[in-house]
Design a protein around this ligand. Structure first.
Ligand code: ADP
Ligand code: MG
Length: 240
């Protein structure tokens, strides 16, 4: 079943066209990895999916609802996002970082929000750190709290924008493991990452974006082993 349907979206800043006629779809449980050079529009594309950035034209459907018809709270609940930095509130514990959205966006009673936060902290292996403040957590742990926070809203889709790029190498694995588990549980995910082992082993599809356009898209093995476009081959060759 189609979960996300992106139909010919365009976005420019001033004179610069950042996304040009981008169309693609995700089915439920798809894990699509987006790769492309710096400045190719990857973050902009993700941000258009939850309207952190507004498109100039085109349409985006989430389970048949045009996202521009939804109110922002509802959209942000239905489309979670995990950023490069964890964006946690420094003055709140891990658990409070999670309950905040549940309380304010969903209006959930405190006890229920706390229980839900614990459930998702457990899922990312951090139930022991519920009372820790971000400064007391490693970069990998902070990212895992960020993932738990997104999960707690029980979204239909989660966007990941280079979730491991800011991490020391030894902390990358624990975050990728959580993401891999999520994929195995059937979460639909749209992931910008340079981690090609993750792309090869977890992604159902790989998208190569260059200069605001989708150059090529397909099963990871096809893009790696038998790309149709020279640009894809060259780019993936440099990453590998
Ligand atoms: P990527 O994530 O692939 O590195 P981005 O989506 O961040 O690419 O950026 C694509 C292009 O859009 C870049 O040229 C960038 O400078 C430009 N851009 C992104 N965000 C803004 C913004 N808020 N205002 C102006 N230009 C922007
Ligand atoms: Mg980016």
């Amino acid at each position: 079943m189609t979960l996300l349907d992106v139909d010919s979206i365009y976005k420019s800043y001033d004179e610069e066209e950042v996304l040009e006629d981008v169309s693609f779809g995700l089915d439920q449980q798809d894990v699509e990895v987006i790769v492309g050079p710096s400045g190719s529009g990857k973050s902009t594309l993700l941000r258009c999916m939850n309207r952190l950035t507004e498109i100039d034209s085109g349409e985006i459907y989430l389970n048949d609802d045009e996202i521009h018809d939804l109110d922002e709270n509802e959209l942000r609940r239905r489309v979670g996002m995990v950023f490069q930095g964890s964006n946690l509130f420094a003055h709140l514990t891990a658990q409070k970082n999670i309950t905040l959205g549940l309380r304010e966006v969903l209006g959930m009673p405190a006890a229920e929000a706390q229980a839900k936060a614990m459930e998702y902290l457990r899922q990312v292996g951090l139930e022991d750190q519920a009372e820790s403040y971000p400064a007391e957590l490693s970069g990998g742990q902070k990212q895992r709290v960020g993932i738990a926070r997104a999960l707690a809203m029980e979204p239909e889709l989660i966007l990941f924008d280079e979730p491991t790029s800011a991490l020391d190498p030894e902390l990358i694995g624990e975050v990728l493991t959580v993401m891999r588990d999520l994929a195995e549980e059937g979460m639909t995910m749209l992931v910008v990452t340079h981690e090609m082992d993750f792309a090869r082993s977890v992604a159902t599809r790989l998208m190569f974006l260059d200069d605001g356009r989708i150059v090529e898209r397909g099963p990871p093995e096809q893009l790696f082993e038998d790309p149709r476009e020279d640009r894809t081959e060259q780019f993936l060759g440099e990453l590998a």
